[in-house]
Design a binder for this molecule. Structure first.
Ligand code: ZN
Ligand code: ZN
Length: 329
């Protein structure tokens, strides 16, 4: 048996339970979890905003652990090797999207901690083809946030294009990683937080933001692009108003509240609004190779596994800077 946190039904706290240790099937590895990041997407699952979880569910999709057993045919990783497991857990491999380098859009994809049990437990299974080798030099806790905040943030940064003045709305786990990459690339960062959240604004300046303020404030100069990490639809017109003609506003979260209507003038001038969905394995490989070069330093805020509900509450309320990570000691 092993300990795991189960979501029985949305809108209820996770329940600590003893469950059977799963057996790895063909191509799967059984992983002893050492750390698992807590992502805003987990909140959207627990809060019922993502409506297709497999229940009961073990959430968690920023998993760092070591291979404890291998199923038939699984030989990519050695027993005892450290691996990372991201949100993208399985794709069909044969649809138009999978065959054109866009497996992030596979309509049959299954996601870790959503349709596949994830890392809020002592052990988990993963398809070895979707696991990543992790860069050395990161502790387990430091590596966990790279696996979603980092690599989906990186996909969002690429989608923002060549912008030299980059706005970031919502300065949480993804922003604290991607701001470092963007600075290293020579871009200027303009950080927007909840109005009055001076702690987050100080945190952003500490990571090299040229300016930090509330999302209700205009930036001191027009942005070339903006990335919205906060799940707040009203930020879309706000970001468009802050962005110069030709600029792109990237919505990087999986869920957002309703976007209010807005006048066409703020989109006019070839501004673009787009979303970023999921990740491809290539995104992961690129980002995990890049992170140690920058080098990206993550700031994990650790909680023991059994305090997952507290970690989720603290994330919802914006009570910490950096990235929450569960450790299963
Ligand atoms: Zn995530
Ligand atoms: Zn597919």
């Amino acid at each position: 048996m092993m300990r795991a946190l189960l979501l029985d039904v949305p809108h209820k706290p996770l329940r600590l339970a003893a469950v059977d240790v799963p057996t790895p099937g063909p191509g799967q590895v059984l992983i002893k979890v050492r750390a698992c990041g807590v992502c805003r997407t987990d909140l959207h699952v627990v809060d019922g905003e993502l409506t297709e979880p497999v229940l009961p569910l073990v959430p968690g999709h920023e998993i760092v652990g070591v291979v404890q057993a291998r199923g038939p045919g699984a030989e990519r990783f050695r027993i005892g090797e450290r691996v990372g497991v991201p949100w993208l857990g399985w794709t069909c491999g044969i649809c138009e999207y999978c065959r054109s380098g866009r497996e992030n859009l596979c309509p049959h994809a299954r996601f870790t901690g959503y349709q596949i049990n994830g890392g809020y437990g002592e052990l988990t299974l993963a398809d070895e083809r979707f696991c990543f080798a992790l860069p050395e030099g990161y502790s387990d806790q430091e590596a966990a946030p790279l696996l979603c905040a980092g690599l989906i943030g990186y996909r969002a940064l690429r989608a923002a294009g060549e912008a030299s003045r980059l706005g970031i709305y919502g300065f949480g786990a993804a922003a604290h990683i991607i701001a470092q990459v963007a600075r290293w690339q020579g871009r200027a960062i303009f950080a927007f937080t909840r109005p009055g959240d001076t702690a987050a604004q100080d945190f952003a300046r500490g990571l090299g933001a040229a300016w930090a303020g509330g999302s209700d404030q205009p930036p001191p100069e027009p942005l070339d692009a903006a990335i919205i990490f906060a799940p707040v639809g009203a930020l879309v017109p706000a970001a468009l108003r802050a962005t110069a003609p030709g600029g792109t506003v990237v919505c990087a979260g999986i869920h957002m509240s309703m976007i209010p209507s807005f006048p066409y003038d703020i989109l006019w001038g070839e501004r673009v609004v787009r979303s970023v969905a999921n990740l491809t394995r290539r995104d992961g490989e690129e980002f995990l190779a890049l992170a140690p070069k920058v080098p990206v330093k993550t700031q994990p805020v650790t909680y023991p596994l059994e305090q997952a509900n507290q970690a989720l509450d603290d994330l919802r309320a914006g009570r910490f800077q950096g990235a929450a990570v569960l450790t299963s000691g």
